[in-house]
Design a protein. Structure first.
Lengths: 737, 257
């Protein structure tokens, strides 16, 4: 008999337990209960989110594979497919930053190559508490080292992403990792256990006791006893993963595989039941044959272990030998542990005893879905009612403070620890709006970006979700790319609280609407709930990963000014919008007001105008306006300029100067062009009904902005550059003894 | 003229190097599998970057026991041209083909960035297409690139002109800041006494195309081509070009022969 404590330990309710008994027609044994508990966990079963995720558009012209597989797949022409997905590894990264982040990278890489794609890029979205707290510094240091340690060794370039700091992430950092892979369109593999009588083969690393109930852990809040959960975090071995990649791709190329699935969350349990359920088959396995790293493991531990670098393959019996030869060439185990059956049951034997006998359909498809109650939090109206603060007298000084804010400052300390160049495709180094990869032998290229603004989503979750999509697309437009597909990682608090559920629902609806507006399908993603520690939730943080295609890589503009004497053009319109800005947060410690307004029609026109100008070869530099507004965007173009080129800009709008400089109005992009091309760009903008005008020129060694004949910003480039460059490394400086 | 790129388990710049040699430089290039004892008649062996055997124990420490290394040592002893890039350099040190050792970078972090290196000796098989004092922009990506040699060894290396490249700034000046990993005497590339084995931490294959931001790496490959042309003749460069398959965005299966 299963008692209440056992259920509590497995994060299952009494009602869910009764449902299990109903599906089985009897009481489960402890191993079976463990299987249900992980597969029905929030992390694997999406039980609170499923009803809402259906709102995402999942069709599109480039789509090959939408949600439901290990990753989404887009057709990019030339018989190539782009495979991509994002995953969170928030909870493990708080407990054990290095291994938590490292195995986050390992897990998403396997999701990509299990489909037959070679991982070609990783981007990660990281959020930490403020760096003046040594504990946050330790978490950030560990996370960055973990990503670097795993990705660099595996040989995938980490080409971009975002890093953001806020108090709400102090006890709950966010580590979202997105991977992009490339495959032949006719060589994609699915997680299906087809063909009754086919062999079930275990490949890769041996199974140990690490990571048992990792998925369940990721489905609960943390309390004071959290430290004891450290053994739940897995340990990564990137070297083994690299071998596994090469061996799997070789076996796939030689047509030796029927179906394949990685063993990620919920390990052997998830791969066996999901593969069988998707194919409408069953599976019979012998647990004694599972390669084990430790002696004396019981069925419960073998089934629930989340040891890394393992895969489950289904192959025709006649091809097993050839398959094993490939794996032995790469010094990996490949052991037949069972076969595909027709009865729809997962049966597992251990020491000649049947220890598991459950219908796979119940485990995979009948996980309960909840429409949890949602209620608007009381603070929403409070933060919306707000009076603009008085304008500081010295905006020139404020400008310096802003560029040195860790949220805006240079992130080189992070990305130079990542090998961002391996595979020799990286055209645009990290730090730009979007990462761009060339495709060897082709004119076109890939662009990708990760974006989210949790402060906007906190103030207005629906608009926050919309802006995240719009801004990610704008990032791509600045590389001249057309967005084709979306993956997202939705990081929220405890969904059992109606206020959290409301935020989730609103944000999902906002994202769904924006994706429809931009006509890009959501191909999958990940929901991470229970991001709360000691009852304090994080700000709602949807992170959007959007991939795009660049027609001609030779025309991708630079992220920094390329030459002096170029004309600076602003696409879009400056408005008086200070709500939710980094300026308000940093200077006035106010997180209030409404995030900037978003007009989809205008946004799309601005992006299209930028893209067309780039494709016509008229644009030298392009940068979108986001945190910190116009002044910061201009400064970033100077800072990223290899030749360190300053600017002089003149503005005349009848707006508050601080709103003009630091407001975060949407649908704005700055581009630079040579004098001879300016008229063509302005004519194009007129045709597209986009406001565009010359606001200044590049050149000199100062950063200068005039507002109505008054110099409001005037800083030596070198001084501002140092403030921007040193802000983050200064926190980590090793003191000489 | 034929080049071979060794594939160890965990090598991850093997295809990048292959791509630079075959597709950019137009050379006949083959992969050499670590378990083999056959160098396939190549005129030059390249040990590529990556994390051979995970770099567990110590960078390059396990790779030196690979069967192919027995052949590489024989090849080197007979005067064959051997280039070790990054992890390849570390393996050459561990295998005793070059003197000295690698420590962790001085800031104790992995470093991936463009750096400048100054050509100190332009009379080697790996640098003859450069001018002495020429500054090259080539990226690095390593954790253990902080070269160390004992004072006696160091003065011997300097005396013999075995230091081929040094980290420097854009203008070719040496400084503590430009010496990003902390290498002794800013050493970025080192050649053996006989002049046929070179190890370097920067990755020339990452600086061989305009689209990647620098083409200075080609100077190193071109030097080797010039040297080998004198030694073995121009080879089958043209014939190779006609039979070469179209460049694909996806690498071929590596280690499948």
């Amino acid at each position: 008999m299963i008692d209440d404590k056992t259920l509590l330990d497995h994060n299952l309710t009494r009602e869910e337990y009764q449902l299990i008994v109903k599906h089985l027609g009897r009481e489960p044994n402890l191993t079976e209960l463990g299987i249900f508990s992980v597969m029905w966990s929030e992390h694997c079963g999406y039980k609170s989110s499923r009803v809402h995720l259906k709102k995402f558009p999942t069709r599109g012209k480039f789509l090959i594979q939408g949600p439901g597989e290990n990753a989404g797949v887009m057709d990019i022409g030339d018989d190539l497919a782009l495979v991509f997905k994002i995953e969170s590894h928030n909870h493990p990264s708080y407990l054990e930053p290095y291994q938590g982040a490292a195995t986050g990278v390992g897990g998403i890489l396997r999701d990509i190559f299990t489909m037959g794609a070679r991982p070609v890029a990783v981007l990660d979205s990281l959020r930490f508490g403020p760096l003046d707290d040594p504990k946050n510094r330790a978490i950030m240091d560990g996370v960055v080292s973990g990503i670097s340690g795993y990705g660099n060794s595996f040989g995938v370039p980490t080409v971009g992403g975002e890093v953001y700091f806020h108090e709400c992430y102090s006890l709950n950092p966010l580590v979202n990792v997105c991977c992009i892979g490339l495959a032949r369109k006719d060589k994609l593999f699915l997680a299906r256990a087809q063909g009754v009588g086919n062999a079930v083969i275990y490949v890769g690393a041996k199974t140990g006791r690490d990571g048992i109930h990792g998925a369940t852990m990721a489905s609960a809040e943390f309390g004071e006893e959290t430290e004891h959960k450290r053994p739940n975090v897995q340990v990564g071995d990137p070297f083994k993963e690299k071998l596994l990649l090469e061996a799997c791709l070789e076996a796939m190329a030689k047509d030796l595989i029927v179906g394949i699935q990685d063993m990620g969350a919920a390990g052997l349990t998830c791969s066996t039941t999901e593969m069988a359920a998707k194919a409408g088959t069953g599976m019979e396995i012998n647990l004694d044959l599972v390669p084990q790293r430790e002696a004396g493991m019981n069925p419960y531990e073998i089934m629930l272990s989340e040891s890394q670098e393992r895969m489950l393959i289904v192959a025709e019996p006649g091809k097993v030998e050839a398959l094993q030869k490939i794996f032995s060439k790469w010094d990996l185990d490949a052991v037949v542990i069972g076969k595909v059956t027709a009865d729809g049951q997962l049966k597992a034997y251990f020491r000649n005893e049947l220890v598991i006998d459950i219908p796979v359909k119940a485990v995979v498809d009948l996980c309960p879905a909840y429409r949890r109650p949602a209620r608007m939090p009381a603070f929403i109206n409070k933060v919306a009612r707000w009076r603009q603060p008085e304008m500081p007298s010295d905006l020139n000084q404020v400008f310096l403070q802003l560029v040195a804010s860790p949220n805006i400052a240079d992130k080189e300390w992070v990305f130079r620890q990542y090998d961002h160049m391996v595979q020799v495709n990286t055209m645009v180094l990290p730090g730009a709006d979007a990462a761009v990869l060339r495709l060897k032998g082709l004119k076109k290229g890939l662009a990708m970006t990760l974006d989210g603004n949790s402060l906007y989503t906190f103030l207005n979750p629906r608009r926050g979700g919309q802006i995240a999509v719009a801004e990610a697309c704008r990032n791509l437009a600045c590389a001249g790319a057309t967005p084709i597909g979306v993956t997202n990682c939705l990081n929220f608090g405890n969904p059992e609280k109606p206020e959290i559920m409301w935020q989730f629902q609103q944000a999902v609806e906002g994202i769904a609407e924006a994706c429809r507006q931009f006509d890009i399908p959501v191909t999958g993603g990940n929901v991470s709930f229970y991001n709360e520690t000691e009852g304090r939730p994080i700000y709602p943080t949807p992170v959007l990963g959007i991939v795009g295609l660049v027609d001609d890589t030779a025309r991708v503009p630079s992220a920094g000014f390329q030459g002096a004497g170029e004309t600076i053009i602003l696409l879009g319109e400056n408005k008086e919008e200070l709500g939710g800005s980094e300026y308000l947060r940093l200077i006035f410690s106010e997180e209030k007001g409404q995030p900037p307004a978003l007009n989809f029609a205008l946004e799309k026109r601005v992006q299209e105008c930028c893209r067309l100008a780039i494709q016509a070869g008229l644009v030298r530099t392009a940068h979108d306006l986001s945190e910190g507004g116009l002044a910061v965007a201009l400064a970033e173009c100077s800072f990223r300029s290899p030749k360190k080129i300053g600017f002089e800009v003149r503005l005349n709008e009848a707006l508050r100067t601080d709103a003009l400089l630091f407001g975060e109005s949407q649908s704005r992009i700055i581009i630079t062009a040579k004098q001879k091309d300016v008229r063509k760009i302005l004519a194009l903008a007129r045709k597209m009904k986009v406001k565009a005008r010359v606001i200044g020129r590049t050149g000199g060694r100062r950063l200068v902005i005039w507002h109505k004949k008054k110099k409001v910003v005037d800083q030596p480039l070198e001084l501002a550059y140092r403030a921007w460059k040193k802000a983050i490394p200064d926190y980590f400086r090793v003191k000489k003894i | 003229m034929k080049f071979g790129v060794v594939v160890f388990p965990g090598s991850n710049c093997d295809y990048d190097t292959f791509h630079a040699l075959q597709n950019v430089m137009g050379l006949e290039t083959v992969f050499l599998w670590h378990k083999d004892h056959d160098l396939q008649g190549v005129d030059c062996v390249v040990l590529p970057g990556g994390f051979s055997y995970g770099d567990y124990l110590r960078s390059g420490a396990i790779a030196r026991f690979s069967p192919i290394m027995t052949e590489v040592k024989k090849f080197a002893a007979a005067g064959g041209l051997v280039l070790g890039i990054c992890n390849g350099f570390q393996i050459l040190l561990e295998a005793g083909l070059l003197p000295g050792a690698m420590l962790r970078n001085k800031n104790l972090k992995f470093l991936c960035q463009h750096v400048y290196i100054r050509v100190e000796n332009s009379r080697t098989a790996f640098s003859q297409a450069a001018r002495k004092g020429q500054v090259l922009q080539i990226p690095i990506a390593h954790f253990d690139g902080n070269y160390y040699a004992s004072p006696e060894l160091l003065s011997e290396l300097e005396r013999n002109g075995q230091v081929v490249f040094r980290y420097c700034d854009e203008k070719g000046k040496l400084s503590e800041e430009a010496n990003v990993n902390g290498s002794i005497n800013s050493i970025a590339g080192l050649i053996n006494r006989q002049g046929n084995v070179l190890g370097m931490m920067p990755h020339p294959e990452r600086a061989s195309e305009k689209i990647l931001g620098s083409q200075d790496g080609k100077i190193i490959f071109q030097s080797m081509i010039n040297y080998l042309e004198k030694k073995v003749g121009p080879g089958r460069k043209k014939a190779v070009r006609t039979t070469r398959p179209a460049i694909s965005p996806l690498p071929p299966l590596i280690g499948t022969f």
